[in-house]
Design a protein around this ligand. Structure first.
Ligand SMILES: NC(=O)c1ccc[n+]([C@@H]2O[C@H](COP(=O)([O-])OP(=O)(O)OC[C@H]3O[C@@H](n4cnc5c(N)ncnc54)[C@H](OP(=O)(O)O)[C@@H]3O)[C@@H](O)[C@H]2O)c1
Length: 278
């Protein structure tokens, strides 16, 4: 069996490559800039861009299963390339946002729904991984933590259940190496609810010095985030935080059901990424 990991440079994609190699699977990797990948020699590397589906012809030749990021403009064209190449199973990094009311009209939910729908309609075997907010979103705080030991936030009491990207990758690897998850769409979350303030406190506890939260207005936060993130995402991030204040996000047991292990905590994510913060 040969698996193509699209987005092998990504946080989740690179962990999927590592997990497949551990299991002795023949892995191919693609990236728009493959020269940056730095993977072991046994991994065949291809240059390919999801927004140019024809660029996948060589990478897909002889491939049975694909791990796919949903960041693409024309899902039907990408799906057609998979069908033409004889791919039989696609594991998509989707999002729990597709399960929210009004997802089809929502900017974020709709882009994942389009990809899921195209794959299902094409008759390909599928597994849609639907994670909630990533623990790695806290990487955005690294400069504040390193510099001022402070994180500016408009809604520090927003509640999340952040998921470690390696948990998503573990489920992807099981999906890609068996038929157990074909036709399934597990919603994946971290194991605990934490406010943003508690996440900042956790970072402080792991690095061994306190990190303050500086309360911002929405306008201040928008101006700050806009320096690094496209406007459409700035609005989405702030809207998600605003709506999560005082919320009780559902905790999924799917990671444990599928892997037999407890999900990794936010603290584990910070420990695994401690160099971001000290
Ligand atoms: N952050 C969250 O809370 C959250 C929650 C749910 C879902 N998600 C989704 O999860 C994904 C982010 O995961 P991550 O943190 O692992 O991402 P990441 O580290 O930022 O990596 C993104 C990957 O996507 C690949 N990619 C992007 N556009 C591509 C294109 N046109 N053609 C081929 N590959 C392309 C990149 O490949 P190259 O640059 O190497 O080509 C890269 O490997 C996004 O789709 C996001 O919407 C995120």
């Amino acid at each position: 069996m040969t698996v193509l990991v699209v987005g092998a440079s990504g946080a989740v994609g690179s962990a999927v490559v590592a997990g497949l190699l551990e299991r002795g699977v023949e892995v191919r990797a693609s990236s728009r800039t493959p020269e940056r990948l730095g993977l072991p020699k046994q991994v065949r590397v291809f240059a390919a861009d999801l927004n140019e589906p024809a660029s996948f012809a060589a990478a897909l030749d002889g491939v049975d299963r694909v791990f796919l990021y949903a960041d693409l403009e024309d899902p039907e064209a990408v799906t057609a390339a998979f069908v033409a190449a004889g791919v039989r199973h696609v594991v998509v990094l989707s999002s729990s946002s597709v399960t929210f009311p009004g997802a089809a009209e929502d900017f974020n939910g709709s882009r994942f729904l389009r990809v899921e729908a195209a794959i299902e309609k094409a008759g390909l075997g599928y597994t849609f991984l639907r994670p909630g907010g990533f623990a790695s979103n806290a990487a955005r705080w690294s400069w504040g933590v390193k510099g001022e030991s402070a994180v500016p936030l408009p809604y520090p009491e927003a509640v999340q259940a952040p998921i470690h990207e390696r948990d998503i990758a573990d489920v992807a690897v099981i999906a890609l190496t068996s038929d157990a998850l074909i036709g399934q769409a597990p919603v994946l979350t971290g194991p605990e609810r934490l406010t943003l303030r508690q996440q900042v406190d956790t970072i402080g506890a792991v690095i061994g010095r306190p990190v303050a939260v500086i309360e911002q207005t929405e306008a201040e936060s928008t101006a700050m985030l806009s320096q690094y993130v496209p406007d459409v995402w700035v609005h989405q991030i702030i809207k998600d935080w605003r709506e999560a204040v005082g919320s009780t996000p559902a905790l999924s047991n799917e990671y444990t059901r599928i892997t037999g292990r407890p999900a990794r905590t936010f603290r584990t994510w910070v420990e695994d990424n401690i160099d971001l913060f000290r």
